[in-house]
Write a protein that binds this ligand. Structure first.
Ligand code: A3P
Length: 296
């Protein structure tokens, strides 16, 4: 597999104007027609919003805090990434999900306009994690450097413009967040903020527990909080993606569990970039009712 990966040319394609990996585009019919089950739980995010953190919390809630059970497999095996297609012999997200017993936790980064319709038709519960765009941009920049399946981000200066234009994998942060936010009233969607998870993890873990219809003791919840802390996940080989070969994720460039903080954008944005960003943000987000914190 490593050999296959090393010689692989990863390209991007587009589905309805949204940039997605070429393999995903090639398999689009299969992905779009994926059949959800009523008891599936979807973790939906724009990339780098805290997907892995949240699905570890969700899995531990389903496993009632049992860390051994939660470490049964690397996170990308136990939580199928529905639109991901990797070179054979690795199974695709759809293949993994189809073989999996219920209840399944399924991951997606798709904007709601591209979500396989079956999820909403079956009224599947969705946990959406949103993270402020500035920190998402910084995190995505490092991720695109180390993830060999995604385009090289170029210089920070170039990436800043590319990110704002929306021509990054999975499309515009603005479209993604606004699209899912508008669906909150119509579907079973729990909308959670990364910044709130940092500020008060217990409160957010409890919210997710209630949403999933579970009732766990404070002791179990404390245990879940402990095992999903940044440090614990950074050291957990099943959560930190170190089981993926360097030819896919080169963590010598940037670790997957990088910093895990709010406000890292301040060490990256220039004053001028911050002004450009704030203007675009105001224009696009005004009146949406969404409020992000960019510092705590
Ligand atoms: P940084 O690059 O800013 O450190 P995703 O899982 O959606 O790809 O998101 C990855 C981001 O979430 C990374 O952000 C990562 O460090 C952060 N993250 C992962 N687990 C975390 C945790 N337990 N606590 C805080 N941040 C976490």
């Amino acid at each position: 597999l490593v050999k296959v990966m090393e010689n692989m040319q990863f390209t991007m394609g587009h589905i309805e104007g949204v940039s997605l990996p070429g393999f995903t585009c090639d398999a689009w019919d299969t992905i779009y027609n994926f059949q959800a089950r009523e008891d599936d739980i979807l973790i939906s995010t724009y990339p780098k919003a805290g997907t892995t953190w949240m699905h570890e919390i969700m899995d531990l809630i389903l496993q009632e805090g049992d860390i051994q059970k939660s470490m049964r497999a690397p996170c990308y095996v136990k939580v199928p990434f529905i639109e991901m297609v990797t070179p054979k012999p690795m199974p695709s997200g759809v293949e993994l999900a189809e073989k999996m017993a219920s209840p399944r936790i399924i991951k997606t980064h798709l904007p709601i306009s591209l979500l396989p319709p079956s999820f909403l038709e079956k009224n599947v519960k969705v946990v959406y994690v949103a993270r402020n765009a500035k920190d998402c941009m910084v995190s995505y920049y490092y991720f695109q450097k180390m993830n060999k399946g995604l385009p090289d981000p170029g210089t920070w200066e170039n990436y800043f413009s590319t990110f704002l234009s929306g021509d990054v994998p999975w499309g515009s942060w603005f479209d993604h967040v606004l699209g899912w936010w508008k669906a909150v009233d119509k579907h079973q969607i729990l909308f959670v903020f990364y910044e709130d998870m940092i500020k008060d993890p217990m409160c957010e873990i409890r919210k997710v527990m209630k949403f999933l219809g579970k009732d766990l003791s404070d002791e179990v919840l404390e245990n879940i909080k402990y095992h999903t802390s940044f440090q614990a996940m950074k050291e957990n080989p099943m959560a930190n993606y170190t089981t993926l070969p360097k030819a896919i994720f080169d963590q010598t460039i940037s670790p997957f569990m990088r910093k895990g903080i709010v406000g890292d954008w301040k060490t990256h944005f220039t004053v001028a970039q911050n002004i450009i960003f704030d203007e675009k943000y105001k224009k696009t987000m005004e009146g949406s009712g969404l409020n992000f914190r960019t510092e705590l």
